[in-house]
Design a protein around this ligand. Sequence first.
Ligand SMILES: *Cc1c(COP(=O)(O)O)cnc(C)c1O
Length: 444
Amino acid sequence: MATANQFIKPLTTKINENGNLEIGGCDLVNLADKYATPLYVIDEFTLRSICKDYKSAFAKYPKSQMMYASKALCSLATTAIIAQEGFGFDVVSGGEIYTVHKAGADMSKVLFNGHNKSYDELCMALDVNVGRISVDNFFELSLLDEIAKSKNKNVNILLRITPGIECHTHEYIQTGHLDCKFGFDLTQIDEVIDLLLTEYTNLHLVGLHAHVGSQIFESSIYADEIEILIKEISRVDEKFGLKLSEINIGGGLGVKYVDTDCPPSVVEIAEVIIQKLYETTEKYGVELPTLILEPGRSIISTSGVTLYTIGSSKQVPRATKYVSVDGGMADNLRPAMYQAEYCAQIANKPEIDDTLQKVTIAGKFCESGDILIKNIELPNPEEGDILCVYNTGAYNYSMASNYNKAPRPAMVLVNNSQSDIIVNRETYEDLISHETIPNGLKEQ
Ligand SMILES: *Cc1c(COP(=O)(O)O)cnc(C)c1O
């Protein structure tokens, strides 16, 4: 069974009777008209559908908890939807803790990650009773124990480890290789446990955590990771008599941005993961642990698209034709940051005809690197057309900036022919709302 991460477009995408693209029963040209562009659109059906796929694929395993990696896109409405689907949340900052808490998430199903959590963020995590903290390094162990003691609380922790697995993805989104900034080396675990047993007595170690990278296309990476984690759990049990009952194998499942991307389905990775868990627990003689997964991109990416209005064009003589849109790297940093690729269609003329032209979609921001899509074929793109860029749900809004003093776009949720604003467009007033001119300057 195919799952949403294997599709470029939201599952409800079609061409309607006006000849326009529609998603969630909403005509994209009407959405652009009503809410202006650039506009992020999230299809609720696609989002819920992949959440359900994760849950049903892992239902065969007796103990599992899905925790959506909020950093992919963290908003009140999307958090509320994902929480309704039974997910917990992986959070990496005070801002994400605040948002998921305000959205009404069950905080016992929240895991706080990160390799340089601040004193204030850890205090906040304890105050709102997040269920787990993934401890990344020795400094954090001591800091967290100190805070836990001062608040007279016991804290359940996982240890973030670097399993030494490299995956074939961009260097910036690899995280599991040995020489990386995240987590403990396997050789440091004994020292950590000694400290937990003697000094850091308010920290209760429940399991191990690893995350090897993002946009992963090989299911075998999860199997390799499980082998390492279960072996380690067995070693810790033998040496310390300490039974670790949870393994968190991170997120990372890939999505299909362009035709050549072939990510496995959620069902396929679930089969590999579950089989490997049975096999290794048997081999190393440990009890089946609770399995935690932290998918981010694969949950939210496909449900999101971005609408832009096409403005000026430039035909470089005997070279590229640049077609510019009213957004770019401030609302989607990924192409500029790591050469990410995207697909797009023109919402008001989605059908392919004999006017097809090969063009490059340029963002409007003042950087030559602000190119959204290189060499895409579109039917005669003209000023005023609405361009729909697919698969922008993950790491677009969450990485958005105000570069060139651009207000961040609005986001709408679509479902059953209804659209609702879930993030308001920033105004020019918002842009200066945190700024002041010191009195001394005003007098000059
Ligand atoms: C980023 C991250 C995730 C989510 O990764 P995706 O590729 O978006 O699924 C999960 N866990 C950790 C620790 C991360 O850093």
